[in-house]
Unconditional design. Structure first.
Length: 273
């Protein structure tokens, strides 16, 4: 089984891997490389179609057999007329094909040696997928749908349990979010999940996201977190001992509440497309 030895996104004008060099809009293959399997990912440029067109260059002095496949479709290998070849530059003589990459395009280059025991080498170059995971950092605001709490009040000389509504309507919590969305568009939708943490608790979040400029993520959904609510061992109107405090009358419980949040990608300038 062929082993993929490299999986790397290419975001610069030229990068060499030993067996494949991507320089500008040229994909240069080292057909004599000992590597039998190779895979890399290149960027699809949505707003400039010209940047998605590549020439495939393969210097091949030993006359190895080369075939090209775009996704599952066989592509013709270019043939340069021998009479014209002397007028061409070396780089043009070594050109074996050309391809325009679109979203989710995979180019498979198969090289078969002419040795006594032929060796097959397979190189794959593909564009990044529309949907992918990224990690962002930000803050989520959790809104309480149930703010009831118990307090102790004196009624006719007796301490009794009374129910009130807390003034705390929301909680702001730092969060690490994991977002799955289409990053090819300036405005995109997707799904997010994440973890929030403060000095006292950990919360779990899940919801739908809106990506702005591929860097700023707005998320809305539900969060599971600890909230102070009435202790189920007490009830409204219950007579209690004076030693029972308000802290005893309430307890931390895991609850599901809605949240909204904003987070940013730190691997890129969040304010730049």
């Amino acid at each position: 089984m062929k082993t993929k030895i490299l999986l790397l996104s290419v975001f610069c004008s030229g990068l060499a891997f030993g067996q494949v060099t991507i320089k500008g809009n040229d994909i240069i293959i080292d057909v004599d490389s000992n590597v039998k399997s190779f895979e890399t990912v290149i960027e699809y440029v949505k707003d400039n179609a010209g940047k998605n067109k590549y020439d495939i260059i393969a210097p091949n002095p030993k006359g190895y057999s080369i075939s090209l496949k775009k996704n599952a479709t066989m592509q013709p290998v270019l043939q340069i007329d021998k009479a014209e070849s002397e007028k061409e530059t070396k780089i043009n003589k070594d050109k074996i094909g050309e391809i325009t990459f679109k979203r989710n395009t995979e180019l498979t280059i198969t090289i078969t040696t002419t040795d006594k025991d032929p060796v097959e080498k397979v190189y794959k170059i593909k564009t990044q997928t529309d949907w992918r995971w990224t990690t962002t950092f930000g803050a989520n605001a959790i809104f309480y749908t149930n703010r009831n709490q118990f307090i102790s009040q004196t009624d006719n000389g007796l301490q009794k349990v009374t129910e009130i509504q807390s003034n705390k309507t929301m909680e702001l919590m730092p969060a690490v979010m994991f977002n799955f969305m289409d990053y090819q568009n300036t405005i995109s939708y997707g799904f997010s999940g994440g973890l929030g943490i403060n000095f006292e608790e950990i919360a779990v979040f899940a919801g739908l996201s809106l990506g702005i400029g591929q860097n700023i993520i707005l998320t809305g959904g539900v969060g599971v977190h600890k909230q102070t609510l009435p202790n189920t061992n007490y009830f409204v109107g219950q007579t209690i001992d004076s030693s029972v405090t308000n802290d005893n009358l309430n307890e931390s419980q895991y609850r599901i509440n809605p949240f909204i949040g904003i987070s940013f990608r730190l691997d890129k300038n969040p304010f730049k497309k």
